[in-house]
Ligand binder design. Structure first.
Ligand SMILES: Cc1ncc(COP(=O)(O)O)c(C=O)c1O
Length: 369
């Protein structure tokens, strides 16, 4: 089979380490429902992420969806269309109305200067995304939320281990939700977590991930089943031991891309944000076709001819999805629309050899000859 380079590749611990980690599960016969592995991972992540409280869930999407439910919101939620389906779906599945705010052209996060004009008497929350691991303008967003009495729920799916001014991204807003999907910097195969300060909110969330069961005789919420099982948690415990080395390896890949592509006419790279300790989660590139000479789609197809699979991430915008039947006006988020048409995320994972990075860059740069 010809070698393929995919946009990402899941990291795995040495198999013996995982086998060792799951041995006690055979002793206890406790497979799910908040067992010892779940508890140990919860404690490990609390420390690693520097958060007050954390609850583990079966995936990042349920962290978002149940956090919104736990906050008992009604009305409109200001959010971004430049994201994965999950963010918008979590809002709509809670019978809330998404109101789309445009993004900044440099770091692709929600443009905080455009939030206030979208606030109405029905607005209940803001749900921004730290897209590609780029940290939102957390200070300005919190100021607006405080002024209007709004909740802030961060989709922090991309920012595992990212710090802003020394503080983990899980500490911002009322709730911050991480994804531990197999393709993420840190993973539990499938998995996710919600981080929060309010312990009462935590108790509600804990019940909602277990059918709304309060105790053996009382069910006081219409919950879901979103519990992280012991095998997921065991994978997390193993991966957590290697996370710093993983991030360092990703850093080397990103630095090589930057060396090769920085300053090339028509190529815009992800910014290095001030005060941010990055996790090197993604390598998005914006192709300005007038200057570069080729469109994003042409670069995508040229790489695919060489068995290199980049991704149009995020395209299309969530406010254009078929499932919403034209309910939203995409012309209200022109920057997001333009970026979604021009962006391509290049392959990036800890074990991507630097020679492959060079090969990818050679193909892209070679298109101009
Ligand atoms: C921005 C964003 N939000 C939410 C999710 C949902 O996370 P999960 O796949 O763990 O449900 C993902 C990733 O998959 C994501 O990229």
């Amino acid at each position: 089979m010809e070698k393929k380079i995919l946009v990402t590749r899941s990291s795995l611990p040495p198999i013996e380490e995982y086998i060792d980690e799951i041995k006690d599960i055979w002793d206890s016969h406790w497979l799910t429902n908040m067992g010892e592995k779940h508890k140990a991972l919860q404690n490990g992540l609390k420390e690693y992420l520097g958060v007050e409280n954390i609850d583990l869930l079966t995936n990042g999407h349920m962290a978002l969806e149940l956090s919104l439910q736990a906050l008992n919101l009604q009305g409109e939620v200001i959010t971004t269309p430049f994201t994965f389906a999950s963010t918008t779906h979590a809002i709509v599945r809670n019978r809330l109305t998404p109101v789309f705010c445009d993004i900044r052209p440099d770091d692709f996060t929600m443009d905080a200067d455009k939030i206030e004009s979208l606030i109405t008497d029905r607005t209940c929350a803001i749900m921004p995304v730290h897209v590609y691991g780029n940290v939102c303008d957390v200070e300005k967003i919190q100021k607006i939320a405080d002024k209007y009495g709004l909740k802030v729920i961060y989709d922090a799916a991309h920012t595992f281990g990212v710090k802003y001014k020394g503080q983990g991204t899980g500490t911002f807003g009322d709730v911050s939700c991480f994804s531990f999907h197999a393709t993420k910097v840190f993973h539990t195969i499938e998995g996710g977590a919600a981080c929060f300060k309010d312990e009462e909110l935590g108790r509600t969330l804990y019940r909602l991930k277990n059918f709304g069961i309060k105790n053996e005789e009382v069910v006081d919420g219409v919950g879901a089943n979103a519990k992280m099982n012991e095998f997921q948690a065991a994978m997390g415990l193993c991966n957590l031991r290697h996370i710093d080395a993983e991030i360092q390896k990703r850093k080397a890949v990103v630095e090589r891309y930057r060396e090769r592509l920085n300053g090339v006419e028509g190529i815009q790279l992800n910014p290095v944000q001030e005060h941010v300790m990055s996790n090197y989660a993604y390598f998005p590139v914006i192709f300005h076709e007038k200057q570069f000479g080729f469109t994003r789609n042409e670069v995508h197809d040229r790489l695919a001819q060489e068995n290199i699979f980049s991704r149009k991430y995020f395209y299309p915008l969530t406010n254009t999805y078929d499932c919403f039947h034209g309910a939203y006006d995409v012309s209200e988020t022109p920057v997001a629309l333009e970026i979604s048409r021009r962006v391509l995320t290049l392959p990036l994972y800890a074990d991507l050899p630097l020679e492959e990075v060079d090969h990818i860059c050679d193909i892209i740069l070679g298109m101009r000859n």
